[in-house]
Design a protein around this ligand. Structure first.
Ligand SMILES: NC(=O)c1ccc[n+]([C@@H]2O[C@H](COP(=O)([O-])OP(=O)(O)OC[C@H]3O[C@@H](n4cnc5c(N)ncnc54)[C@H](O)[C@@H]3O)[C@@H](O)[C@H]2O)c1
Length: 268
């Protein structure tokens, strides 16, 4: 158990299921209070199932079984008012925010010439602009504390090109740029900023994308066939372990960095 995390507060976007949920639970096990923010409804684009209210309620139950408080917020990372209200209520309750996990995101396939302008905007607004909208409400809190860590969930798509995923890759490269730039801006305030770059992760996103392609998640993984280690994907708990490490004092001098969780994919 990372004792330095006990009593800290994490604000997690996209917390209802997948990587955000696994991370909320692992942080709660370390004694971290959770502010869980999620859209909790499915969007026409990308079309696969996003998180829902029941998942949020069961997340709170699971986190609180570890002796911490878990606040739930239904909102959209594209809507500043949703974010501002959630941050105000989190501060009212806990008086601080130590960890921001900018994790909410969507994915969808499409060749550049086929993606509509609206699809491009939705992708970039959620994955990239949303991360900034959330961070800009939390950075002042962290500056006042002279302490904090921001972890942006990018992807291997934030470090390489991706077939039929150019708008997704653009959003994820954008997160890499935000990470490096915020690390420079915030280091004087003792705030670290890092990004993580998972290969395929076994989450509802993976299942949803496979269904849209008319394939199983395993077939999609075989199609990309990039991992060096003989696994089709990694688990959301693997991502959660990395986030806990990056949030803890064990990584106190890690900032501006990209932590690659790719089972060796980028080494090919
Ligand atoms: N699954 C993968 O293979 C994979 C690999 C690398 C990186 N990622 C990235 O990791 C992050 C988490 O992905 P996941 O696999 O857990 O996906 P997921 O679809 O399983 O979960 C994403 C969560 O984000 C929420 N969300 C989506 N749009 C939102 C919005 N506008 N406002 C608030 N919440 C919103 C959803 O409701 C859902 O609960 C994403 O940013 C994704 O791009 C995923």
């Amino acid at each position: 158990m990372s004792n330095d995390l006990k009593g800290k507060v994490a604000f997690i976007t996209g917390a209802a299921h997948g990587q955000g949920r696994a991370t909320a639970i692992l942080l709660a096990k370390q004694g971290v209070h959770i502010a869980a923010f999620d859209l909790a409804q499915t969007l026409k684009y990308p079309g696969y199932e996003l998180g829902n209210e029941n998942e949020l309620v069961s997340l709170r139950k699971e986190c609180e079984s570890h002796g911490v408080t878990c606040l739930l917020f239904t909102g959209d990372v594209r809507v500043d008012d949703d974010i501002a209200q959630a941050v105000i209520k989190t501060i009212e309750q806990f008086k601080r925010i130590d960890i921001l996990f900018n994790n909410a995101g969507i994915c969808a396939y499409g060749y550049a010439q086929d993606i509509t302008e609206q699809e491009w905007d939705i992708m970039l607004d959620i994955n990239l602009k949303g991360a900034w909208l959330v961070a800009r409400r939390i950075i002042p809190v962290m500056i006042d504390q002279h302490d904090g860590v921001i972890i942006n969930n990018s992807s291997i798509a934030g470090l390489r090109g991706m077939n039929r995923l150019s708008h997704y890759a653009a959003s994820k490269w954008g997160l890499t740029g935000l990470t490096k730039s915020w690390a420079i801006e915030l280091a004087p305030h003792n705030i670290r900023v890092v990004s993580i770059h998972p290969t395929g992760v076994n989450t509802p996103m993976n299942d949803g994308l496979a269904a849209l392609e008319g394939l199983t998640a395993k077939e999609i993984a075989e199609r990309s066939a990039g991992n060096l280690l003989p696994v089709p994907w990694i688990e959301p708990e693997d991502v959660a372990e990395a986030v806990v490490f990056l949030a803890s004092a064990k990584s106190r001098y890690v900032t501006g960095s990209q932590l690659v969780l790719d089972a060796g994919l980028l080494t090919r």
